[in-house]
Ligand binder design. Structure first.
Ligand SMILES: N[C@@H](CCC(=O)N[C@@H](CS)C(=O)NCC(=O)O)C(=O)O
Length: 227
């Protein structure tokens, strides 16, 4: 009973990271397949897999095709109801689903201006007011959930909500965006989770750099690892 998941480069593909984190933290078996985002063969690889122009895409063990991260998340929550993908309390579960949906459709300025890059951090990035507004909304969502749960994740244990906010947490680190101590502790919990560490370790072995994600002339500094 193994799923197949098509992903992009691990250092850069934020939606692929979300896809992976819908499986690995919950011990759901998955075989990864690679499509190189912004590469010449990307669209052909996605089409051959059965996807629709973007990654991640997933094939279920019984032949279902899931062409969007949020469909993967909701399918797995339904298929594995006892693995803690969502909080059991109905109100918390509804709220977790709401913030996943908000992540999926929102944070446009933060996502457009601060691309995921797990290979480095940048010194001296100056966020626009629109990016800062997205940061403030993330801060609001995280602090509400973390103050209630006590952490380390939004609903205590790792859930799909954390899978969806993980790439945002890495953006705060890569671009040194303003965050409270509560959010910093959250970013630490995300980036020291074993499934994230495995993903980033593989990503650092990838040799290709995506030129459009380069923030030169900003200076490269190490991605924080909380060692
Ligand atoms: N709504 C999609 C968005 C996926 C998405 O934009 N993925 C990016 C990779 S991080 C992609 O495939 N980009 C390639 C392209 O748009 O050409 C989902 O949630 O699955």
């Amino acid at each position: 009973m193994t799923y197949d998941l098509l992903i992009g480069q691990k250092s850069y593909s934020s939606w692929s990271l979300r896809g992976w984190l819908c499986f690995a933290p919950f011990d759901i078996p998955v075989t990864l397949h690679m499509a190189e985002i912004y590469g010449d063969t990307f669209l052909d690889t996605v089409a051959t897999f059965g996807g629709n122009t973007t990654v991640p895409a997933a094939r279920t063990p019984d032949g279902g095709l899931l062409t969007d991260s949020i469909a993967i998340a909701w399918h797995l929550a339904e298929a594995f109801p006892d693995r803690g993908l969502l909080p059991t309390d109905p109100i918390l579960r509804a709220e977790a689903q709401s913030i996943v949906a908000e992540m999926h459709s929102g944070f446009v300025d933060l996502r457009a201006n601060c691309q995921v890059n797990l290979r480095t951090a940048w010194e001296g990035f100056e966020p626009s007011d629109a990016v800062l507004a997205d940061c403030a909304r993330a801060e609001e969502i995280w602090s509400r959930a973390l103050n209630r749960s006590g952490g380390p994740f939004l609903y205590g244990a790792f859930t799909l909500a954390d899978a969806f906010y993980a790439p945002l947490a890495t953006r705060f680190l890569t671009y040194d965006l303003p965050m409270s101590e509560t959010s910093r502790a959250y970013a630490r919990a995300i980036t020291t989770h074993p499934a994230f560490l495995e993903w980033r370790r593989d990503g650092l072995r990838e040799t290709q750099e995506i030129a459009r994600y380069d923030k030169a002339p900003l200076k490269r500094i190490p991605f924080p690892t909380f060692d």
